[in-house]
Design a protein around this ligand. Structure first.
Ligand SMILES: Nc1ncnc2c1ncn2[C@@H]1O[C@H](COP(=O)(O)OP(=O)(O)O)[C@@H](O)[C@H]1O
Ligand SMILES: [Mg+2]
Length: 281
């Protein structure tokens, strides 16, 4: 039987200003999957992540981690954070030490590991994320892509079972986005669970084993990445487009012939238009 990492029932979160960011949200997360939490800005993705890492407490409903209701005392949170690592969307909320190496060491040091073990893990994490040559640099002068990699290294060094990555590729150019995604693939093992939040349908479609769609503080869909994009109602409700590969494939299937040879379309619209014209012959 698949192990449940998180069971969330009727989770509600009301911020101090009265905003309801999560509204009676229920979802179960299974161990070992690569999960994309998909939803537009304001859907409640970041707020949900803060609950999964115990940084926020529910104003209603329950969050269970490995079958047990979450507790919020120091000891319980330390144990949770050994197992669940979070990479914030904005690396500036994560990085605060004088230099890169110190920053990456901070989490593992807090776990109370032996200094030799910490040093070994930090060295390994820096190599994996390709930040070794930055190790003596002050974190605040790094580029966004470098900061993101350092933030990921800090979590990697703690080797959590569950990863929460809040929009890890947002603001990165495609080269660094691909690099981060490749890194996540290398982190992923059958016993590790990775939950990544994104509003990028192409990324979710390509990468995830499972897609969870959030809209207006609720989970409105959970399933495999192909079936979600067949569900027109969910796409409409969450204001999501179809991934372009998916859309092209649908169009190709309808046209029954390979794309025309005499024109190289520059946009999705041009390609779709071309295929419509060609398919009448
Ligand atoms: N600290 C806060 N105080 C008040 N409202 C907040 C706070 N953080 C987020 N919100 C609101 O909660 C809703 C969900 O936000 P968020 O979880 O950040 O969504 P997402 O990550 O999907 O963009 C939004 O309406 C947002 O404006
Ligand atoms: Mg967010």
């Amino acid at each position: 039987m698949e192990e449940h990492i998180f069971n969330i029932e009727g989770l509600t979160h009301r911020f101090a200003d009265g905003t309801f960011a999560l509204k009676d949200l229920s979802v179960t997360i299974q161990q070992g999957k690569k999960i994309a939490l998909l939803g537009n800005n304001g859907a409640g993705k970041s707020t949900l992540f803060l609950h999964l890492n115990g940084l926020l407490q529910p104003t209603g409903g329950t969050v269970r981690f490995k079958g047990k209701k979450m507790k919020y005392d120091r000891k319980a949170l330390l144990s949770l954070r050994k197992q669940v690592g979070i990479v914030f969307q904005d690396p500036d909320s994560q990085l605060f030490s004088a230099n890169v190496q110190q920053d990456i060491s901070f989490g593992p040091m807090n776990l109370g590991w032996d200094i030799n073990v910490v040093q070994e893990k930090v060295k390994w994490a820096m190599a994996q994320t390709e930040v070794t040559e930055l190790k003596d640099r002050p974190t605040h002068f790094l580029s966004l892509g470098q900061k993101k990699r350092v933030a990921i290294a800090g979590i990697l060094a703690m080797e959590p079972d569950v990863w929460l990555l809040d929009e890890p590729t947002a603001g990165l150019d495609s080269y660094f986005s691909r690099q981060i995604m490749a890194l996540l693939d290398s982190i992923h093992q059958p016993d590790k669970t990775i939950i990544l939040s994104t509003h990028d349908v192409n990324l979710a479609y390509q990468w995830a084993d499972e897609v969870i769609v959030m809209n207006d503080g609720k989970v409105i869909y959970q399933g495999d990445p192909v079936s979600v994009f067949h569900d027109e109602e969910v796409l409409l409700q969450a204001h999501l487009e179809k991934p372009w590969v998916f859309e092209m494939f649908q169009a190709l299937n309808q046209s029954k012939i390979p794309a025309a040879r005499d024109l190289t379309p520059r946009t999705k619209e041009e390609l779709l238009q071309k295929m419509e014209t060609v398919s009448i012959y």
